[in-house]
Design a protein around this ligand. Structure first.
Ligand code: GAP
Length: 545
C-alpha cells in the first residue's frame, strides 16, 4: 500500500486546536521563528527530555567493552563570558553566507540557493533561482524560465538541472543574469555576505562594546568550559560524558517548517571525553546508540537515516560527523534530527589557548599501575627504587597527560518533538456509538512520550460511578499525568483521548460497582479488557517500561 504523506497543515491545525503548540505572541500577530508549547505540548516535550535524561545520563547502556559508562549532568548559564564564543570560533565564524534581494527585501542562505538555466539561445542567458527543498519555488522558477522561452518562440527542451548558486555566482558579473526566487527580473540579488547567527545583548546598565554578551547558540560550550570543574569536583575518570539540556538561540535567516528551524530551541547534548586512541570506538558507539534510541521510542526505522557527512560538509572542528536524519513530510529529502560529531580535541585546546588554563587530563590510575609494575623489581632496594621513580617521572609521566578527544551526540528536543508528532499522526477507522465504522484521528505516541497516560471515565453520572472513578483518578495522578472525563457519550470521550494520543481509557461501569473490575481500552488495538481496579496502576507501569 502506498504511504500517503502527512499534510503538515493538518498537523499544525491539530497542534493548535488541542493545545500542543501555539505561535508565540499570537494575539500580536506572532513573531517569526518563535513558538510556545501549550498544555499538552509541554508534557510531550518534557517526556522526551526526561526519556533522554533517563536513558542517556542516569541509565545509559554499557559501553563497547561491556563495562558501565559514567555520565553526569550540568545546567549552565545561557549567557557566558563572551571570550567563550571567541575561543569556540562562534564570534568570528558562526555565520552563514547570505544573499539579499534588493527588490523583494527577502534574505536567503546562499548555500541553500540553486539555479536553473534558461534557454541558451536567448541572450543574455538568464538563471532562475529557488531555494533547494522548496518545491513551490522550484516550480515558480521553471514557470518563469518557460514563460521567457515562450515569449521568444523557443521551447525549454529538457527539464533543466539545478546548479548550486554559489558556483554560478562565483563571477560577480553573473549576478546580473540571475532572477531571484521571489521576483521576475534579473540582477536583484546581492553578493553572498557573512551574517552572524548569534543574538546579542548587554550585561549591565551601559550598552557598550565591553558589555556585549551573546545568548548561547549551543549548550556544548558550557560543558567544555566546565570540564576541569567536573573532573576536580567529582570522581569521574576518562572515559566519561557530561550531558546538558537547555535553550539555544540562533538568529536563523530563514526560520521554517514549523518548529523544525526556529530561533529559540532546546538542545540535548552530550560531550563524551575519551582517550584519543579510543575515540573512533566511542564515535561508533554513540552513533549506533543514538539511532537505536529513536527507534525504541516509536520512530520507524525506514524514516530514520544515518548519513555520514562528506569531508566538504564537516564543521571546522569535526573529524567525522554522522547526521541522524528523519524523513519529515515537508521535505523530499531526509532532514537532520541529530548530529553525532567527532570533535577531536578542538574545543578543549581552543579554551586552553584562550584562557591560559590547563584543561589536560592526567590518567592517574594508569600512571600508578605503571609505576607499581616498573618499581616491583626494586621493592627491596629503597635507593634504587627512588632513583628509578625519578627517572620514570622525568621520561614517562608526560605520556599519561593528554587532551581528551570528544564525541558529541547533539540532538534537538524540538526537532524530535516534531518527528514524534509526524510519526504519531494516523487516520484509521473505528466504530462510533452505534457500531458504524467512521474515520478516526489518532496520535499513536509511544506510551513513555504520550502527554496523558490514561483517562478515567464513569460510564454514567449516577449510582456512585463518578465517585469511584474520581477515587481511581486521584490514585493514578500521583504517578502519571491522567485525565478525568465524564462529559458526553463514552464514544465521544474515546475520540477526544485518541486525538491527543492517550494510550489507555479506563471505564467505571455497573460491574465495577459490583465486583471492582474496570474496562481498560487500548488506543491502538481498540481492544477492551476487564481487569481488577487494583491492577490498573501496574498495567500503566508495564506499558511505560
Ligand atoms: N553543538 C553542536 C551543534 O550545536 P548543530 O548541528 O548546529 O550542532 C545540533 O545543532 C542539533 O540542534 C541539530 O541536530 C538540531 O536537532 C538542533 N537545532 C539546530 N539548529 C536548530 C534550529 N534553528 N531550530 C531547531 N533545532 C535546531
Amino acid at each position: 500500500m502506498a504511504t500517503v504523506k502527512l499534510d503538515m497543515e493538518k498537523l499544525v491545525s491539530l497542534c493548535r486546536r488541542r493545545g500542543f503548540i501555539f505561535q508565540s505572541s499570537e494575539i500580536y500577530g506572532g513573531i517569526n521563528g518563535f513558538w510556545d508549547y501549550g498544555p499538552l505540548g509541554v508534557e510531550l516535550k518534557k517526556n522526551i527530555k526526561d526519556a533522554w535524561w533517563q536513558d542517556m545520563v542516569r541509565n545509559p547502556p554499557p559501553g563497547p567493552d561491556g563495562q558501565e559508562i559514567t555520565m553526569v549532568g550540568l545546567d549552565c548559564a545561557i549567557i557566558m563570558n563572551p571570550k567563550v564564543w571567541e575561543a569556540s570560533g562562534h564570534v568570528g565564524g558562526f555565520s552563514d553566507p547570505m544573499v539579499d534581494c534588493k527588490e523583494s527585501k527577502k534574505r536567503y542562505r546562499a548555500d541553500q540557493l540553486e539555479v536553473i538555466e534558461g534557454h541558451h539561445e536567448i541572450l543574455p542567458l538568464l538563471y532562475y533561482a529557488y531555494t533547494s527543498n522548496d518545491q513551490d519555488l522550484l516550480k515558480a522558477a521553471l514557470k518563469k524560465a518557460e514563460k521567457a522561452a515562450r515569449a521568444s518562440a523557443k521551447k525549454l527542451v529538457d527539464t533543466p538541472v539545478g546548479q548550486a548558486f554559489m558556483n554560478v555566482a562565483k563571477e560577480v558579473s553573473r549576478l546580473a543574469q540571475i532572477v531571484g526566487p521571489d521576483v521576475d527580473v534579473p540582477g536583484t540579488l546581492t553578493e553572498p555576505r557573512a551574517f552572524n547567527l548569534m543574538f546579542e545583548s548587554y550585561a549591565g546598565a551601559i550598552q557598550s562594546e565591553e558589555n556585549k554578551v551573546y545568548l548561547r547558540p549551543e549548550t556544548a560550550q558550557g560543558i567544555f568550559v566546565n570540564f576541569k570543574n567536573v573532573v576536580d569536583s567529582t570522581r569521574v575518570k576518562i572515559p566519561f560524558g557530561i550531558a546538558q539540556i537547555g535553550k539555544a538561540f540562533r538568529n536563523e535567516i530563514n526560520p521554517r517548517n514549523y518548529i523544525f528551524r526556529s530561533r529559540e530551541f532546546e538542545q540535548m547534548e552530550i560531550e563524551f571525553f575519551c582517550h584519543p586512541d579510543e575515540s573512533m570506538k566511542w564515535y561508533e558507539y554513540w552513533r549506533d546508540l543514538r539511532k537505536k534510541w529513536y527507534s525504541t521510542l516509536g520512530i520507524q526505522s525506514e524514516n530514520l537515516v544515518p548519513r555520514e557527512q562528506g569531508k566538504e560538509e564537516l564543521a571546522h572542528y569535526s573529524i567525522g560527523t554522522t547526521d541522524i536524519e528523519y524523513m519529515f513530510p515537508f521535505s523530499e529529502e531526509p532532514q537532520e534530527l541529530e548530529g553525532v560529531a567527532h570533535r577531536g580535541s578542538f574545543d578543549l585546546t581552543a579554551h586552553m589557548t584562550k584562557s591560559g588554563k590547563d584543561l589536560t587530563y592526567f590518567d592517574e590510575e594508569g600512571w600508578n599501575a605503571m609505576l607499581q609494575e616498573r618499581l616491583e623489581p626494586f621493592k627491596e632496594d629503597k635507593k634504587r627504587r627512588e632513583e628509578e621513580k625519578k627517572k620514570l617521572e622525568k621520561d614517562e609521566r608526560s605520556k599519561f597527560i593528554f587532551t581528551p578527544h570528544v564525541i558529541e551526540p547533539s540532538a534537538g528536543a524540538d526537532r524530535f518533538t516534531l518527528a514524534v508528532l509526524c510519526e504519531s499522526y494516523h487516520l484509521d477507522q473505528a466504530p462510533d456509538a452505534n457500531g458504524k465504522m467512521e474515520e478516526r484521528l489518532v496520535m499513536r505516541f509511544h506510551p513513555r512520550l504520550a502527554p496523558v497516560k490514561a483517562a478515567v471515565f464513569p460510564l454514567m453520572k449516577k449510582e456512585g460511578m463518578p465517585e469511584k472513578a474520581q477515587s481511581l483518578y486521584r490514585e493514578l495522578k500521583k504517578h502519571y499525568k491522567v485525565e478525568y472525563d465524564e462529559a458526553g457519550a463514552v464514544g465521544r470521550r474515546y475520540r477526544r483521548q485518541d486525538e491527543i494520543g492517550t494510550p489507555f481509557c479506563i471505564t467505571i461501569d455497573f460491574d465495577t460497582m459490583k465486583d471492582d473490575t474496570v474496562t481498560i481500552r487500548d488506543r491502538d488495538t481498540l481492544q477492551q479488557r476487564r481487569i481488577p481496579i487494583g491492577s490498573v496502576l501496574d498495567e500503566l507501569r508495564k506499558a511505560m517500561a
